[in-house]
Design a protein around this ligand. Structure first.
Ligand code: PMP
Length: 408
């Protein structure tokens, strides 16, 4: 089915929270880059797990224990199909932040040494900067930065030039959470691989909005955050090549990640369970599996097309507002619009918009180095999803004009 044939009003009705009012106004939720709203099937899958199947995984021989294990491993298999990868290469975890730290501490820490470099781009979220800084401090490696073009796209020539022989790792966002820029990750990872550089892709903002075929990207590691994909909070995943996972020591120790424990030493479990110490977020994983099925039923290509339409509409209307600047105008762009209005503070705008029922984010979006480059303290960010509507965009623009008037 094509995007044009989908009844988006019916799709929207799958999201109970979108029927809410805030401050007496219908909720207009334009903060999906922060966290995505959850369709009823995800809420129900999570509740159903607790209602009928709740038990711990991989430990019990009783019926519920088996059901819980099947549900958890079933979610892993569902997600593996969704991302075109093998289930035994998929580590379930709490999100991209955990995934990046796992790669940093388990893959990079034992390997990096003085003279090595870690390359990241200017547009990275702190989750793809700070873990590398911590590893650099401990190993004597240095952090290098690939800069952007004025439109917020990656400067690919500069990136290539920065891929010098001392670079061991490239950390790169698939999609920027501030600029919306969609990076050509497949071509970049190919180039990195040619030079022996291990690529770590932050797919947080890509996975909810476009088809992601991790195998086709050709990276070494790919992280995604479940709660932005319509899954429960505290869910996410790391995919890694088998040879990397096999060579990585555990990050956290405890139950589930071992085969045998003696006081003289322990034998660790095989990947991916080696990296899932302790009781996992079982219900969360089940919910995330349901979320990926939900996205697949609509089709991520349809979702991408729908969101491009919404992005074009919102951008056109925003640019009609005097003194409004949009940060991030790359030709390949997801439905994330960061903006500022001359003479107003983004916190004031966001606070007054909230009173009109409009939820946008204001701040630095966990991307301080990018905001420093943009030369602004903060921005407002309207981030759209397929469940938003053209009517909401009109209402948002009207509300923005009103609050802008109030701010003088
Ligand atoms: N990377 C990007 C690009 C993000 O937008 C986010 C969430 N804002 C993260 C990483 C971190 O995700 P989480 O907080 O779910 O670990």
């Amino acid at each position: 089915m094509a995007a044009a044939d989908i009844d988006w009003t019916r799709v929207r009705a799958d999201f109970p929270i979108l029927e809410r009012e805030v401050h007496g106004k219908p909720l207009i939720y334009f903060d999906s880059a922060n966290t995505g709203q959850k369709p009823a099937c995800v809420i129900e899958a999570t509740a159903e797990f607790y209602r009928r199947h709740n038990a711990n995984v991989s430990r019990a021989v009783h019926a519920l224990g088996n059901e819980a294990t099947e549900a958890y491993e079933g979610a892993r298999a569902t997600l593996a199909r969704h991302f075109h990868i093998r289930a035994d290469e998929l580590v379930l975890c709490s999100g991209t932040t955990f995934a990046m730290n796992l790669v940093a501490y388990s893959w990079a820490l034992p390997r990096l040494q003085p003279g090595d470099a870690i390359l990241v781009s200017r547009m990275e979220h702190h989750a793809n900067i700070v873990p590398w800084q911590l590893i650099a401090q401990r190993t004597g490696a240095v952090l290098k930065v690939a800069e952007l073009r004025p439109d917020g796209s990656l400067d690919l020539d500069a990136l290539r030039a920065a891929m010098t022989p001392e670079v061991r790792i490239l950390g790169l966002a698939h999609v920027s959470n501030v600029l919306g820029t969609i990076n050509p990750v497949a071509a970049i990872c190919k180039e990195a691989a040619r030079r022996g550089i291990v690529s770590v892709i932050d797919g947080s903002q890509a996975a909810p909005h476009m088809p992601v075929d991790i195998a086709a990207i050709g990276c070494d590691f790919y992280a995604a955050t479940g709660h932005k994909m319509g899954g429960p909070t505290g869910t996410g995943l790391l995919w890694a090549r088998r040879e990397h996972l096999a060579a990585m020591p555990p990050f956290l120790g405890g139950g589930e990640m071992i085969k045998e424990v003696r006081f003289e030493g322990s034998v660790f479990n095989d990947p991916p369970h080696r990296f899932e110490a302790g009781t996992p977020n079982i219900a969360g994983a089940v919910g995330l599996g349901a979320a990926s099925d939900y996205l697949d039923a609509i089709g991520l290509a349809n979702i991408a097309a729908r969101e491009q339409e919404l992005l074009a509409h919102a951008t056109e209307e925003l640019l009609k507002i005097d003194g409004l600047r949009i940060f991030g105008t790359a030709p390949e762009k997801a439905a994330v619009i960061s903006f500022a209005i001359d003479g107003t503070h983004s916190h004031d705008l966001a606070t007054l918009l909230d009173l009109e029922g409009v939820a946008v984010r204001s701040g630095q979006h966990c991307a301080h180095p990018l905001l420093q480059w943009l030369g602004v303290g903060t921005t407002c960010r309207a981030s759209l999803a397929y469940y938003n509507t053209h009517a909401e965009i009109e209402a948002f623009i009207a509300a923005l004009r009103k609050v802008r008037g109030l701010l003088g």
